[in-house]
Write a new protein. Structure first.
Length: 286
């Protein structure tokens, strides 16, 4: 089922994730940043957070990033959660709405993690069914984000980029390319990050995420953890350069969720991303 984009605010430059400790400083200073992304679930209850968001969305385009739809759940999408997301989307009129290629519910209980899927034809049918249902309710396409991976199912028969590409083909959704997730997964699973980017359908990528990660050692092996708790690492900047050359001038967001820095540091990361974007688009070295 295809869902066409309607005219919405253009996301220019690089955006940052809106986090509670920065809200009042953003309201008071209105720094030059391209746009703001919120976690949808933080605003479904209304209250002061939503009132503050209303003040900010008069100055910045907003993107909704969900973590609770559980698009990989064989039980289907939680209709109450989807209805809350639909109401929030209608109220805020965001430029983009995105979710994860993962599952996080079982038997009506929400699990505090984004869990991986086996990449099989059965799982593909489940994801496409759930994406179709969500897009029909929201009356717009979703962007589906590639996960960070720490294991691979033995029964996964479809490479992840091809799996995402088939979801795009069957549902008309778009993709959110998380470059840090690609780097983390490539390191942990021993796959080639450049080949991953080259295998994604370029025309479907409508947003890029950048973030930091954590290195830890287990059983003598280094594992990368996608914790969004530090500056973007040099290998991720290199991969970002490649992604821009393949996907073009799509909106970019800097995520930082744990060990949150001051706003100036976060804005500095966004400016660094703008520098790379400008270099790529003008053919200059970054």
């Amino acid at each position: 089922m295809s869902h066409q984009l309607t005219e919405r605010p253009v996301l220019s430059s690089t955006g940052i994730g809106l986090r509670a400790p920065h809200v009042m400083e953003l309201i008071d200073t209105l720094p030059p940043v391209g746009w703001l992304e919120i976690h949808a679930e933080n605003y479904m209850g209304g209250g002061a957070a939503l009132k503050d968001l209303d003040r900010l969305r008069g100055h910045y385009p907003i993107s909704l990033h969900g973590v609770g739809l559980s698009l990989g759940s064989a039980e289907g999408v939680d209709k109450r959660h989807l209805a809350r997301l639909q109401r929030l989307t209608a109220r805020i009129e965001p430029a983009l709405v995105s979710e994860h290629l993962s599952w996080c519910t079982s038997g009506g209980a929400y699990l505090n993690d984004l869990l991986p899927l086996p990449y099989t034809e059965e799982a593909l049918a489940v994801v496409c069914r759930n994406v179709d249902e969500a897009q029909a309710a929201l009356k717009r396409p979703l962007l589906i984000e590639n996960p960070s991976s720490y294991l691979a199912y033995a029964g996964s028969a479809i490479p992840e980029p091809q799996f995402l590409g088939e979801v795009v083909r069957r549902t008309g959704c778009g993709l959110l390319c998380d470059v840090n997730n690609i780097h983390v997964s490539a390191h942990n699973l021993g796959i080639d990050a450049d080949s991953y980017i080259d295998a994604l359908p370029a025309e479907a990528v409508s947003e890029i995420h950048l973030a930091g990660h954590h290195r830890t050692e287990a059983d003598g092996q280094v594992l990368l953890i996608d914790d969004h708790g530090s500056e973007v690492a040099d290998p991720v900047w290199r991969l970002y350069d490649r992604a821009l050359r393949r996907f073009g001038r799509v909106p970019t967001l800097v995520e930082w969720d744990s060990q949150l820095p001051d706003l100036a540091t976060l804005l500095g990361q966004a400016q660094a991303a703008d520098h790379v974007r400008f270099a790529v688009m003008t053919g200059r070295p970054s």
